[in-house]
Structures are given as C-alpha cells and as structure tokens.
Ligand binder design. Sequence first.
Ligand SMILES: Nc1ncnc2c1ncn2[C@@H]1O[C@H](COP(=O)(O)OP(=O)(O)OP(=O)(O)O)[C@@H](O)[C@H]1O
Ligand SMILES: [Mg+2]
Length: 261
Amino acid sequence: MTTSGVNAVEVEDLHSRFGSHVIHEDINLSVKRGEVLGLVGSSGSGKTVLLRQMLGLEMPSQGSVRIFGQSVHKSDRSELQQIRNRCGVLFQKGALFSALSVFDNIALPMRELHTLNETMVRDLVMLKLEMVEIGSQHANKMPAELSGGMIKRIALARAMALNPELLFLDEPTSGLDPVLSEGFVNLIQALRRELTLTIVMATHDLDTLAALSDRVAVLADQRLLALGNLQEVMSTKHPFITKFFLGDRGKKALGSNGYIL
Ligand SMILES: Nc1ncnc2c1ncn2[C@@H]1O[C@H](COP(=O)(O)OP(=O)(O)OP(=O)(O)O)[C@@H](O)[C@H]1O
Ligand SMILES: [Mg+2]
C-alpha cells in the first residue's frame, strides 16, 4: 500500500506565520487511517491553526497538507469540496450557527450536498440526534436555549452528518463538567466501534486525551516536540511536557487512566 493509503492526513515541512509572528516551523506528521491523534500544546501554540490548515481553511506559509493522499492547498474548489465531504469538524468557537435551529444546524451539511430530498434530510437528522442521545423534542430549539453539553453533542451530530471518515475535534470537552466530558468520550468510543473513524483532536483535557488517543502530538516552541503514544510522549524532557503531563492535574488524570508516571 502507498503511504497515502495508510495515512488519512500527511503534513510535510509545514511553516506558518501571521506577519512576523511565527506559529509553526517545519512540522511533519501523519495520521494513520483509523487512529485517534491527540494534539496538545499550550494556548496559542497553533493547534486550531493546524486543524484549519488540514481542512484547507487556512494556508500555510510553506509546506503541504495531504488528506486521503490529495494535496489540500493545491486542490481546486470542487476537489476541496470532495475532500471536505469526507470530513467532519467540531469547531472550538461557534460550534453551532446561532441563527439556525438544532434541526437546521444538523441538516445544513446534508442540504449543501443537493442530492437529498427533505424527507431524507429529516430522517437523517433524526438518526443523528438519536446517535448523540438528544431527544427529538429538542430539534426545533435554538442554540441559545441549550446547555453547553447539549451544544457539544449537537455539534458532534452535525460533524457526523455526512458519515465522515475523518473527524476533526477542536476542544470537544472544553466547558463541560467531568460527567459530561466522560459522556462525550463514551460517545466517541461508541462511534469508533461502529464506524472506521480517523480523528484528529486538539484538547487541553488530559482525561479525554488519555481515554481516546492512540498517539499524541505535542506542539511547543513552534515545533512538533513529540509524537508517539502517551507513555513515549511523557518521557520527552521538556518544560511544557513536565508541566502539562506531570503536574498535579496530569498525575491525577493519567494515574486514574492506568498510566505509569
Ligand atoms: N487569522 C489570524 N491572524 C493572526 N493571528 C492568528 C490568526 N489565527 C490565529 N492566530 C494566532 O496564531 C496563534 C495560534 O493560534 P491557535 O488558535 O491555533 O492556538 P491554539 O493552540 O489553538 O490555542 P488554544 O489552546 O487557546 O485554543 C495565536 O497566537 C493566534 O493569535
Ligand atoms: Mg485552539
């Protein structure tokens, strides 16, 4: 098999800057099909920018991103749309469109396909709501009427609207209490059992990271500081890693997930 057959995402020699502000320098990483890659780094280290570059929403100043073997930044509009139709995304900010109901938020990616009639859209939206355990009585509510946990679940339903092969999750559990975060993790695990999903997930939440990630990528000092399973990453000597994984919060989360510290 070619590498692009094995990998869902390939990032090569990626550099990013905004004006004179350098965000990424020489990032190289790949995400294998079917794996969950956790992306960590301090606030402002460029996790969201990297996810946006993977989706072709942001252009790197140098280097390339390939999704399913196809260069994101060299694709024309229709090629990019085809790639995006195979991807789902839960954004960090503005997870839902505030002017659209729950139903219309989830229906949006389906309607944009222009291949499904309204009856099909309705049935699919209801299936997605069921998948994230949101009762149909909430379908006509507006985002402002929902709790934070419900918004994340509905945003996940929207991200899953087109049965994506590749899912980008940007801080999926931020703002959720521990019980809701655990519920979210269980939901992702259940989806993984049922579907072949590749997930790239940026998170500050160590419990979620430890529970879901097959491998972890650490961004620090503009570079990819470490890439490997959690145990390998934790053994990398760097102040960010020590603080993030081996501080009190990290010890608690990783200890309870069975990691040897
Ligand atoms: N469109 C933009 N224009 C200028 N600077 C930007 C832009 N988008 C992001 N940045 C800068 O790039 C850096 C990385 O931002 P990014 O949102 O990727 O960080 P992050 O790692 O996701 O942080 P957090 O953990 O807080 O979500 C920040 O310094 C941010 O201010
Ligand atoms: Mg971010």
